[in-house]
Design a protein around this ligand. Structure first.
Ligand code: ADP
Ligand code: GLC
Length: 482
């Protein structure tokens, strides 16, 4: 099949969170299954600057902007990337979404609106690329208007569309003035279309107009049809429930492999777990934690926002410091949470270590060196770090939501006996529930044999992209049948 994959993040060119990993791994997995995939991405400054090999494949004017389409290839997969180069909108320093003060770029609607319009033009070969996809796969609100623009063409003259929700909390909401400025057809200003309580909603473009909606785990697909997780869109998602499915994300088994990972102090495998502890000792030493093999080291690598439940951990620091439990956190995000974490590390220097920032290598080292990897999220559409941790024999301790619930099995007498246990799961989003789960993990950690059995079950699980890519392909093929 010819497939166009539209996304606002792509590892390793530009990454904020898991969307970037998925936007690389899924297209590569599809390419390996002999599908013709093109990934469409805005040409942000940080993407353009390091690129060596780029070719201009189209040049045109749109909404008063001059735009070019650039082609490059990712190594080592040779995946084809098409970059939407509109310097006025994308060639600026900093994050794709926010300015240096942490506020949304004021022209985000123009930026991603134009991106969606270009996606629709590419998808109908209006730019004369001589390539007509059978299906366009859109991701999150930044691509939400693509199905809207495509739906303005006759059904026979447009490809089918899939819209994937990676995070329903981000909806791309703008004022009515923006709706007018984008010159969207006036009949779309309705709660049946793009209006959301008096605002323009980009994500509704995807949810209302895509031929199929997917999200990144079966559990989250159910959750978002309820008021607790639906962010006001549960009614719409209930109404379109027959077009909504959950397909679990996978992981790149080569990039995340404890046997070959060049980021680690020591490589190790399920059969040679003894190397793992050297990674733990290196972390303890580098971050000034007490050098103690018997202390259970909890790792966290996360965007630091309310979603991730880091505050629940913060409220437990005094309590866990009374036990042989240590905590190492790498993350960046909300400056208030960052500040609180730095304070906690200063107050408990030998039990709590914090590094604020984004650091790919340290992320791997924490996933490898920690005993337990905590993800106390309030909601979690899929979550990738629990999957990385499982592969590294670092037992995930997670809240019972979304993709976490679909991938982590709490260690109980029963699940231990039938060898399905691979981590720790708690229900309520409260500091107490998290604390209890941490103590439960610590009691299992004290039993060396039990712990090794749990690690071995975790490491033998397969979350590589194969199965998920097959599911997507089956979905694409079903949709594109005449
Ligand atoms: P989300 O997309 O909600 O942030 P995921 O678990 O799907 O959550 O993906 C997060 C991705 O970002 C993972 O690949 C994780 O390793 C990475 N990551 C998050 N924070 C950092 C950081 N501070 N440094 C390095 N990698 C990070
Ligand atoms: C989002 C979600 C995360 C998911 C990722 C990739 O950022 O918060 O749970 O794993 O997208 O789908």
């Amino acid at each position: 099949m010819k497939l166009l994959f539209a996304t606002s993040e792509l590892y390793p060119l530009i990454k904020i969170g898991g969307l970037a990993d998925v936007s690389n791994n899924l297209p590569v997995a599809l390419k390996n299954r002999r599908q013709a995939v093109r990934v469409l991405l805005p040409a942000y400054q940080s993407v353009l600057v390091p690129l060596k090999e780029v070719k201009v494949i189209a040049k045109f004017d749109l909404n008063g902007y001059s735009v070019r389409l650039l082609e490059t290839h990712l190594a080592p997969s040779r995946l084809t990337i098409w970059l939407v180069d509109c310097p006025e909108l994308f060639n600026r320093p900093g994050s794709p979404y926010i300015n240096a003060q942490g506020q949304d770029w004021p022209d985000n609607a123009q930026r991603f609106g134009l991106f969606c319009e270009v996606a629709a033009k590419v998808a109908t070969d209006e730019l004369g690329l001589n390539w007509l996809p059978e299906l366009v796969h859109c991701n999150d609100w930044q691509t939400g208007l693509t199905p809207v623009y495509l739906n303005q063409r006759p059904a026979s003259e447009r490809p089918k569309t899939v819209f994937t929700i990676h995070n329903l909390a981000f909806q791309g909401l703008f004022s009515y003035d923006v709706f007018q400025a984008l010159q969207l057809p006036s009949e779309l200003w309705s709660s049946e279309a793009l209006e959301y309580y008096g605002q323009l909603s980009f994500i509704k473009g995807g949810l209302v107009f895509a031929d199929q909606i997917t999200t990144v785990s079966p559990r989250y697909a159910e959750e978002i049809t309820t008021a607790e997780f639906g962010y006001g869109l549960e009614g719409l998602l209930q109404a379109r429930n027959d077009k909504l499915t959950g397909i679990l994300n996978g992981i790149d088994n080569q990039q995340w492999n404890p046997q070959t990972d060049t980021n680690l102090v020591h490589n190790y495998s399920v059969d040679l777990l003894s190397g793992k502890i050297k990674n733990k000792r290196a972390l303890q030493r580098d971050f000034g934690l007490l050098l103690n093999d018997k202390a259970m080291l909890i790792g966290v690598v996360s965007r630091l926002y309310k979603q991730k439940g880091i505050d629940l951990l913060l409220q437990n620091i005094a309590a866990i410091s009374k036990h042989a439990i240590q905590l190492i956190i790498l993350g960046t995000g909300d400056s208030k949470i960052e500040g609180e974490l730095i304070e906690a590390a200063a107050a408990y220097p030998v039990t709590v270590a914090v590094q604020v920032g984004y650091d790919e290598q340290l992320a791997h080292q924490i996933v490898a060196g920690a005993d337990v990897f905590a993800i106390p999220s309030r909601y979690e559409p899929c979550g990738l770090t629990q999957l990385y941790s499982l592969r590294y024999g670092t037992l995930p301790l997670v809240r019972n939501v979304g993709g976490l619930a679909d991938t982590v099995v709490n260690s109980t007498t029963e699940t231990i006996a039938n060898n399905t246990a691979n981590g720790f799961v708690f229900d309520e989003a409260s500091p107490d529930a998290l604390y209890e789960s941490i103590l439960h993990a610590a009691s299992c950690f004290a039993d060396k044999n039990l712990w090794q059995n749990l690690q071995s079950s975790a490491m033998k699980q397969d979350f590589s992209w194969g199965r998920s890519a097959r599911n997507y392909l089956r979905l694409y093929q079903g949709l594109s049948k005449p």
